[in-house]
Design a protein around this ligand. Structure first.
Ligand SMILES: [Cu+2]
Length: 245
């Protein structure tokens, strides 16, 4: 084989490998995890176009989200951004819940945060991350510093389609965990650590209503209360729109 052909094959193989690359990011640590509970691990990754990024919800107990934001507003949902919704894990479960997005634009950084507010906003506590951060430009350290000084943390809506990356499906949530969509939250979302308020309204078929763990005081495991009335109104509006169309 001529050298040029061989090099050509290598290039093709490298491109194919890049397109099939996968990246795993853990969502949430545990109390004994270096860096604590409120983090994505790693908090920055390089992922060329076509890369499947798998977020594995690993903080147990925990209640976290992966919500797209922007560098300028780290703790606010980005318009048109992706959002996993909350995933509550109260006890060890196998497999762990996962959510995958596919990178569509690797030329612009993709910033994201966890929108959980309990016991305090995880975003402000440092639970933020970035994909395809550009060398010499805005860094993950600067992003985290911006998040730390954010006065509040927004909730956003679930969205599979994001800016620069999208999911094709809702998170895979085993029976031991609960998925809450970002319809509405109650004031209990800001309940202090160890509070015992529980949320109803599981959005996963067969899911049980969630309550805080009976053992210990999970510092971040209090779920959001889903406002079912609001959901019904939304569904009604959707049905009305479909009839008009
Ligand atoms: Cu979180």
């Amino acid at each position: 084989m001529r050298l040029s052909s061989f090099v050509g094959l290598l290039v093709v193989a490298a491109v194919a490998a890049a397109q099939n690359q996968t990246v795993m990011i853990a969502v949430g640590g545990e109390s004994n995890t270096p860096g604590g509970i409120f983090q994505f691990i790693p908090n920055n990754a390089t992922a060329p176009n076509g890369t499947v990024v798998t977020f594995q919800f690993s903080g147990i107990p925990g209640n976290h989200s992966v919500t797209q934001s922007s560098f300028d507003s780290p703790c606010e949902p980005l318009a048109g951004g992706f959002d996993s919704g909350w995933i509550l894990i109260e006890a060890a479960t196998t497999p762990l819940p996962t959510w995958t997005i596919t990178i569509e634009n690797d030329q612009t950084p993709i910033w994201f945060y966890c929108k959980q507010l309990n016991p305090s906003p995880h975003c402000i506590a440092g639970m933020v991350g970035g994909i395809n951060i550009q060398p010499g430009a805005n860094s993950i350290t600067a992003f985290q510093a911006k998040a730390a000084s954010a006065g509040s943390s927004g909730q956003g809506q679930n969205g599979l389609v994001g800016v620069g990356a999208s999911a094709s499906a809702e998170p895979l949530v085993p029976s031991g965990a609960t998925h809450f969509l970002g319809v509405s939250i109650s004031a209990s979302a800001t309940a202090p650590a160890g509070g015992s308020s529980a949320a109803g309204g599981s959005t996963t078929a067969g899911g049980s209503s969630a309550s805080s763990s009976s053992t210990g005081t999970p510092s971040n495991a209090i779920p959001m209360a889903v406002n079912l009335n609001f959901l019904v109104v939304l569904l009604g509006m959707f049905a009305g729109a479909m009839m008009v169309l």
